[in-house]
Design a protein around this ligand. Structure first.
Ligand code: 13P
Length: 385
């Protein structure tokens, strides 16, 4: 591929046919007129490369500065954290990201999601690309309450998004992600509302279309809350409804599903529901497999789960149980036809490693990141370490 410069890409890739390469290397799916063949080919190849060979997954490192300061603060540094200047904190973020990216292996990790600061200002995409890891970027901006239902939060950032993502592509990104929080309570308490659900689904689909317009594979992330009183069937039902709604809106907005991925949460009982401690990884695995079979179109190449702050062991056990269920399903089971089921974990991958780095133990940090990357890679094949 020729080097990418600020002038390499027109503002709307899909409206600029590249006939020569379209004829040379057509994608193997039927395209709507709004998708040029060469861009579609690249989107499809990138989406597939993020989930193949089976086992590989994504490392999510797109926390905003406040969140990463908390991760890197920890009990031993809380006092010092307050003393650090903005510049010192920025330098610390850069050093942590760099250390983590140097530590990970392309044997287990296919892609990394970067915070825009890491991509554009620290320019760390090349470090990943040189290791055979695909850089991506966080696309969503801030949250704001939905007027009709103030307990639910819509996501800002669609204005000016195309330009922002084009700049990210020039800086080396090849995919992006957008997280929408979905409230989830018991049926009696009534969240999510229809207004909330439709707002999130349409925002995710608009984002996905714009991301593809900028030449980046979109990862739509419906993050269903598990802090309230929903039980497992209710959580699974909310997941199924929101994911179905997202793909309905993706059809309306013309998203090329083969060049996209989805990053859902794991359906699970809420922290305030009495069944929370009784649920097994196998219960969760069956609920997830059912949700995905009913709501994710077969043309989507992969589902990459978020860990949602679950302990690493728990998040990994859910992924392993899900993939073990797929492996043991009969040939005529719908679970045999599911997309690749992998991970896009943040906290479950790096939580322990960050603590070692904070204590200055770089070797232990590398070892821990390797340990959890490998555990996730095994889990995504239905195996345990
Ligand atoms: P966690 O795995 O820590 O939930 O992070 C994934 C992510 O990208 C959340 O938006």
């Amino acid at each position: 591929m020729p080097p990418i410069t600020a002038n390499s890409y027109p503002s709307n890739l899909f409206s600029t046919p590249d006939l020569a390469s379209d004829r040379r290397n057509p994608p193997d799916v039927f395209l709507q007129p709004l998708h040029t063949s060469s861009v579609a080919r690249e989107l499809i190849d990138t989406a597939r490369a993020l989930v193949h060979p089976r086992g590989k997954g994504i490392y999510a490192t797109d926390e905003d500065p406040q969140t990463i300061a908390a991760v890197l603060g920890g009990p031993i540094d809380e006092a010092r954290l307050k003393e650090w200047t903005e510049e010192e904190q920025r330098d610390r973020r850069r050093k942590w990201r760099e250390a983590a990216y140097k530590a990970i292996s392309s044997e287990y990790i296919s892609g990394v999601i970067l915070y825009p600061e890491t991509l554009i200002e620290f320019q760390l995409a090349e470090l990943l690309t040189s290791k055979g890891i695909i850089p991506g970027v966080r696309a969503n901006a801030d949250l704001r309450p939905i007027p009709r239902s103030e307990a639910e939060l819509a996501v800002e950032g669609l204005d000016g998004l195309l330009k922002k993502l084009q700049a990210a592509r020039i800086a080396g990104a090849r995919f992006s992600k957008w997280r929408c929080p979905i409230a989830c309570t018991s049926v009696v308490r009534g969240l999510p509302t229809q207004a909330g659900l439709e707002t999130q689904a349409d925002t995710l689909a608009q984002y996905a279309a714009i991301s593809q317009q900028a030449g980046l594979v979109p990862i739509v992330e419906p993050d269903v809350a598990f802090t309230e009183d929903a039980d497992l069937p209710r959580s699974a039902d909310v997941h199924e409804r929101v994911i179905s709604a997202i793909y309905e809106r993706c059809r309306v907005h013309g998203v090329l599903l083969e060049g996209s991925l989805i990053k859902p949460s794991f359906p699970q009982p809420g922290l305030k529901h009495p069944s929370r401690d009784k649920v097994t990884a196998e219960d969760v695995g069956l609920a997830i497999a059912t949700v995905i079979a009913r709501s994710v179109p077969i043309s989507v190449p992969g589902v990459v789960f978020l860990s949602g702050g679950l302990p690493s062991e728990v998040a990994t056990s859910y992924l392993a149980a899900l993939n073990a269920l797929v492996n043991s399903s009969k040939p005529d089971s719908p679970f045999r036809r599911l997309p690749v089921l992998s991970f896009s974990f943040g906290r479950a991958l790096q939580g322990d490693a960050a603590k070692h780095w904070v204590r200055g133990d770089e070797e232990k940090m590398k070892e821990t990141l390797e340990k959890w990357s490998r555990a996730c890679w095994l889990a995504a094949q239905g195996k345990t370490a």
